[in-house]
Ligand binder design. Structure first.
Ligand code: FAD
Ligand code: SF4
Length: 508
């Protein structure tokens, strides 16, 4: 028996069961950098650099503890083809790995194992609170799959923010209503900066390599300061709970010019690479809650993102793939405007959200959902193009978390499969939650005509086109009630102006 243990680029957990159980004297461990992974979507340079740097730091750590590692740098072939060649050359009989986060890779590995007639031991990743079986059990027999009920079950199962009888801390499960404030009129004031990490020699070499190999890829490396090791990820976690968590909740949805990070944690990339375990993040938050006497609303709001949303979307991804990648509920077909890749648009909100995305590979949830995602839905863009953009452009983007958020939540491409309504908003929402509109050449409250805000025109156009769907649900009926206050003549002008916008998306 000759065993090959594969560690993928987003499985950088030193406590992973495949590492714990391996026999360093007999087994061979392999890590593969594949140029295909950077190119199958047109990845942001910072995303490529983060993966490579975290992988090479992890390889160094494995070597230091005496794990026999074969590390393949920049293979011109795909991960599957590189693996196939090695299995043949080394005459391996067994392949061991954790289940990949991407369905595409899982299928590729399963196919090659059956083709080469080797034993495949693909283990479930214990990183997550909810196993795939537990998620399927929860889904069984349910007509509606909603985060809220899944989240309550997770709270009870893992005894987080519940009392001995299983009741929620503070008497309610969800404090979302307390967590939606805009910044004060004068702006956010001084926000303690997140922990940022100066590139070391390994990262510096990678930054140069990425510039050389992927010169035409989007985004900048000038601001690259992401955590690339477990130690740095732990430092980032500590910095967040000590200095930023207290105000996270209240301003979770707020946006402001030149404020790319707000009070957010910036922990998603470390969690998704598995440098951090969600349990240690939640434990640190619970300790900080007591230590600093923090508001329950902020603590619950943060925990819901990790214990609720992150686990829920992962469950949905594996449940609904490969169909989820094809879903297109509204049958939208428009192309993604070119300026999604450059930020070169007159719409200030898009300029800001895309601009910081290109600078850092980062935008926070509301920018992703209610700015770039909202516009893509209202502009009737083909979901596949939007999803590829999100997968390419964010440093934390791995398909299991990116796709359900983009297709399922932002674009309503899966219909009401796991969200109760399409998340759409006009310029009025952006005006309320940010200062973007103050310096925009469009006017958020103008519905048609030269100065009309494209978000606003397209919002009303969307409601007119899908009036029946919105009237049918008590959660969205109020939106169409507002539509009936707009005269028929104005509704016609909105539709005419929307037609012009939809035909000229690149010029906005
Ligand atoms: P914080 O706001 O500080 O939140 C804390 C943590 O909660 C995050 O680090 C993340 O791990 C988790 N979290 C929060 N919201 C979600 C969510 N909706 N789904 C899953 N986990 C969540 N997140 C990714 O990790 N990768 C993606 O590719 C990704 N794509 C997205 C695409 C769209 C269209 C939308 C609307 C959201 C997407 N998200 C994605 C979720 C969320 O926007 C990011 O997790 C968050 O912005 C990361 O920044 P942060 O670490 O500062 O998060
Ligand atoms: Fe965005 Fe419209 Fe506000 Fe301009 S006016 S920033 S386009 S919402």
């Amino acid at each position: 028996m000759k065993k090959l243990v594969l560690i993928l680029g987003d499985q950088l957990d030193i406590n992973s069961p495949v590492i714990k159980k391996l026999n360093p004297k007999a087994d061979q461990v392999i890590m593969i950098e594949s140029a295909d992974e950077a190119k199958y979507v047109w990845s942001h340079k910072a995303k490529i650099a983060l993966f490579l740097s975290a992988m090479r730091h992890f390889a160094k750590q494995l070597e230091e503890i005496g794990i026999p590692l074969q590390y393949i740098k920049q293979s011109p072939k795909s991960i599957g083809d590189t693996l196939r060649a090695i299995i043949k050359k080394e005459k391996c009989t067994h392949l061991v790995c954790l289940e990949p986060g991407e369905y595409r890779l899982k299928c590729e590995i399963e196919t090659l194992a059956s083709e080469l007639k080797i034993e495949l031991e693909m283990q479930e990743d214990p990183h997550f609170y909810c196993s795939r079986q537990e998620f399927s059990n929860w889904v069984a027999g349910k007509k509606e799959l909603r985060l809220e009920y899944f989240y309550r079950l997770m709270r009870k199962t893992h005894n987080i923010l519940v009392d001995k009888e299983g009741n929620p801390e503070g008497g309610q499960w969800n404090f979302d209503r307390d967590n939606r404030k805009p910044f004060p009129k004068k702006g956010p004031g001084l926000i303690p900066p997140p922990e940022l990490f100066e590139p070391d020699a390994i990262t510096k070499a990678i930054l140069a390599e990425v510039e050389e190999r992927y010169p035409d890829h989007p985004g900048s490396l000038a601001h690259f300061q992401w955590p690339v090791t477990r130690q740095q990820a732990l430092q980032a976690l500590e910095g967040f709970v000590e200095h930023r968590l207290a105000t996270f909740g209240i301003y979770e949805d707020a946006m402001w010019t030149d404020t790319p990070f707000g009070w957010h944690s910036l922990l998603s990339s470390s969690l998704n690479l598995k440098l951090l375990n969600p349990r240690e993040v939640i434990d640190a938050v619970l300790i900080a809650w007591k230590k600093h006497d923090l508001e329950l609303a902020t603590v619950e709001g943060f925990i819901r993102q990790i214990l609720g949303w992150r686990e829920f979307v992962r469950g949905m991804y594996y449940l609904d793939m490969p169909q989820m990648a094809e879903d297109n509920f509204y049958k939208h077909q428009n192309s993604l405007p070119d300026w999604y890749w450059t930020g070169d648009t007159k719409m200030k909100c898009m300029q800001e959200a895309i601009g910081q995305t290109l600078d850092y590979g980062y935008a926070h949830h509301i920018q992703r959902l209610m700015v770039t995602g909202n516009f893509a839905l209202l502009a009737e863009i083909l979901p596949k193009e939007v999803c590829d953009w999100y997968l390419a452009i964010y440093v934390d983007a791995i398909e299991w978390v990116e796709l359900p958020n983009t297709a399922g939540m932002a674009l309503f491409a899966s219909g009401g499969r796991f969200t109760s309504k399409p998340y759409i908003a006009s310029g009025a929402y952006i005006k309320r939650m940010s200062n973007y509109c103050d310096s925009c050449q469009y006017k958020p409250d103008v519905r048609f005509g030269e100065s009309a805000c494209p978000m606003t025109t397209l919002y009303w156009n969307f409601l007119i086109n899908h009036r029946k769907q919105f009237e049918a649900s008590p959660r969205t009926r109020l939106m169409t009630a507002n539509l009936s206050r707009i005269s028929d003549a104005d509704q016609e002008s909105i539709q005419e102006h929307a037609k012009m916008i939809l035909g000229n998306l690149n010029t906005l």
